[in-house]
Ligand binder design. Sequence first.
Ligand code: GDP
Length: 171
Amino acid sequence: NHEPVEVYHVSMLGAPGVGKAALVSQFKTSDCINAYEGAEADLGEQSISIILNGIESLLKFSTDNKENKDELEEADAYLVVYSVVDKSSFTRAEQILSYLQDKDLIRARPVILVANKIDLARSRAISAQDGKCLACTFRAKFIEVSVGINHNCDELLAGTLTQIRLKKEYN
Ligand code: GDP
């Protein structure tokens, strides 16, 4: 079977230190996927092959903050990440969502707002409700994860691909 594999670009956005690189590393260890580091890793892109519902897709993650519209347009999905222990990263996430909306990049592409580091419960500065409200404002999906204790990372990976496939179907 030599069906061509669909390749999707996922742009990870967010303040420095929120765990974007850590999240991609965690995705690679997911046992529901057929994970490998692609040849493009040297170019700052990291590829993960996933078989979901019997169909293989390749997700290419970029974690370098692309700030211009042309580069952002190349993405098939955005993961906007903040840390629940860093209030300024939440403000940054809000700015990024506003920017994506202003440039009309949200309508055709799934956006997932990702709250990371929920293992640091005693230092939490942003509640789940705050995150949900922000996501809702921009019609984004919302998920709370912890790369540190590998909580919800598989769900986020599968959810990202599911959202991309759904958007493609309806466009
Ligand atoms: P990036 O700049 O957004 O790519 O952030 P990194 O992936 O480099 O992570 C920044 C720091 O946060 C590193 O020291 C990670 O080990 C740490 N980190 C990432 N995710 C978590 C998490 O879920 N919990 C905790 N406690 N630390 C985390």
